[in-house]
Design a protein around this ligand. Structure first.
Ligand SMILES: NC(=O)c1ccc[n+]([C@@H]2O[C@H](COP(=O)([O-])OP(=O)(O)OC[C@H]3O[C@@H](n4cnc5c(N)ncnc54)[C@H](O)[C@@H]3O)[C@@H](O)[C@H]2O)c1
Length: 466
């Protein structure tokens, strides 16, 4: 079998990971052809849009990379079969959400998109193909992928013996953070490559070596690599839940969460990164990856370990409930017929991703109390926002605005839920004038200048401060 060198890469899945990660490979490896395929035609059309503001993923710097590479060595298409059959390496970057039905419901990852990708690869790949897991997967998923690839490789659709094929499976989880994806991909803290076959590991390494210092490329066995991604996300989420749990204690004791995190972050063993308090983690990954870890621990009989990690998700939900209650209590215990402005709908700044955004759960809590909500987000459009509330009569109760000032008109309170930089530079005097009094600002990110707001006349609540 010809174990050919790499010329042609195919990535299945043109989402938040597949799109940016392949764009950065194309940028740094001009000699490679990178084809990103997806079954979602609308998404592919958006990736191919002449207007770079219409790319389906917003990430600072992504438009420039796409502009440089698209239609040169980076292609977006729905031609899954053709691109799989021409690829030397196939990255699987499809979604792996939490199962909503059946065995492991609410905890385990739903691997149906992984399975269908593996079946497509088994059917259309030719000769020797390196299959790379880029999606986040439960440990030992490579075994499942291998079974699918190996069981269908020899027989054609008509039961005839086919040309021989072979596959190697590599785990190469993605550690990018949305909002800084291009920077993270260009200068990763590390690249993790797990596998069993040295030649394939080296092939994948050789791609990254075009721009990543070899000392940052870690190679491990398959299972360590798969598990490391889940553990990395669990540790990151744990940090957020830890600081958020302390934010509540600060509010009651007169301590200030900003001062506490500054003080503890100076300890090198703790470090000062990822210590910002907020309304809880969102995004498509943290919750699902921890729940997946919990499921794995339960599966292996490690019930105490499962309970330990599950608590991080519980604290996260509690923080969102807590913030909703604080808003309600401060607005005299009722939101009936009150208008509130929700500033920020993405789960964090510098992304248009709203999956699991705290804005969704907090807004729902406020709507249930009778509030009318005015939304503003610099990067999330009206359709995407209103889609989250389809079960409510949003025509009358929910509105989306193009400016903060319009969103603030006639409201009793502004609730900051995403830490967009532009909220620092608002004309707060003007905003105060258009609001009903007493006018409140609830700063769930604890990042605005409270003294300035109070001097204008606002009543202010800031997370982790009394
Ligand atoms: N979003 C992040 O920040 C992030 C970071 C690291 C890892 N991950 C992991 O990467 C994976 C992908 O995440 P994402 O955020 O990019 O998801 P996404 O939902 O944005 O994109 C997945 C894409 O795969 C496509 N797809 C599904 N099945 C397909 C098939 N059989 N053929 C072709 N296309 C198919 C979907 O249409 C979708 O566009 C997940 O496992 C996630 O946990 C995500």
């Amino acid at each position: 079998m010809n174990k050919k060198s790499i010329r042609n890469i195919c990535c299945i899945g043109a989402g938040y990971v597949g799109g940016p990660s392949m764009a950065v490979i194309a940028l740094n490896c001009p000699e490679l052809i990178v084809n990103v395929v997806d079954i979602n035609l609308q998404k592919i059309e958006a990736w191919n849009s002449d207007d770079l503001n219409k790319l389906p993923v917003f990430e600072p710097g992504l438009d420039t990379v796409v502009e440089k590479c698209r239609d040169k060595n980076l292609f977006f298409s729905t031609e899954v079969q053709k691109n799989i059959s021409e690829a030397d390496i196939i990255f699987i970057s499809v979604n792996t959400p939490t199962k909503t039905i059946g065995l492991g419901k609410g905890y385990a990852s739903d691997l149906k998109w992984i399975e269908s990708s593996a079946r497509q690869i088994a059917k259309y790949a030719r000769n020797h193909t390196v299959v790379v897991e880029k999606s986040t997967l439960p440990v030992r998923t490579a075994e499942t992928i291998k079974d699918i690839l190996e069981s269908s490789e020899e027989i054609s659709d008509f039961g005839m013996q086919k040309e021989p094929k072979s596959f190697s499976i590599i785990s190469n989880p993605e550690f990018l953070a949305e909002g800084s994806a291009i920077n993270d991909l260009q200068s990763p803290d590390r690249v993790l490559i797990g596998g069993e076959d040295e030649e394939s590991i080296e092939k994948v390494c050789s791609i990254y070596k075009n721009w990543v210092d070899p000392s940052k490329i870690i190679t491990t066995n398959l299972w360590s690599s798969e598990l490391s991604k889940l553990v990395a996300n669990a540790f990151l989420a744990q940090r957020i839940s830890s600081v958020n749990s302390i934010s509540s204690l600060c509010e009651l004791t007169g301590a200030n969460i900003k001062e506490v995190t500054l003080a503890i972050g100076k300890d090198k063993r703790i470090g000062d990164q990822f210590l910002k308090p907020g309304p809880g983690f969102g995004g498509s990954c943290f919750k699902k990856d921890i729940l997946n870890l919990v499921y794995l621990c339960q599966y292996y009989g490690l019930h105490e370990v499962a309970d330990y990690w599950e608590q991080i998700v519980k604290i996260n939900s509690w923080q969102q409930e807590r913030i909703s209650s604080i808003v309600i209590q401060n607005l005299f215990g009722t939101l009936s017929n009150k208008k509130l402005a929700i500033l920020g709908f993405s789960f964090k700044a510098n992304t248009n991703d709203t999956r699991e955004s705290p804005s969704i759960s907090i807004s729902k809590n406020l709507i249930k109390e009778g509030a009318r909500l005015n939304f503003y987000d610099p990067k999330v459009n009206e359709d995407k926002i209103l889609k989250e509330f389809q079960e409510y009569e949003y025509e009358q109760k929910l509105n989306v605005f193009e400016t903060v000032l319009d969103a603030a008109k006639g409201t009793d309170a502004i609730i900051i839920l995403t830490e967009w930089e532009e909220f620092h530079h608002l004309n707060w005097e003007l905003i105060f004038q258009v609001m009903r009094k007493p006018a409140w600002v609830f700063d769930s990110r604890s990042y605005l200048n409270i003294i300035q707001l109070k001097n204008i006349g606002f009543k202010v609540w800031a997370l982790g401060q009394s």
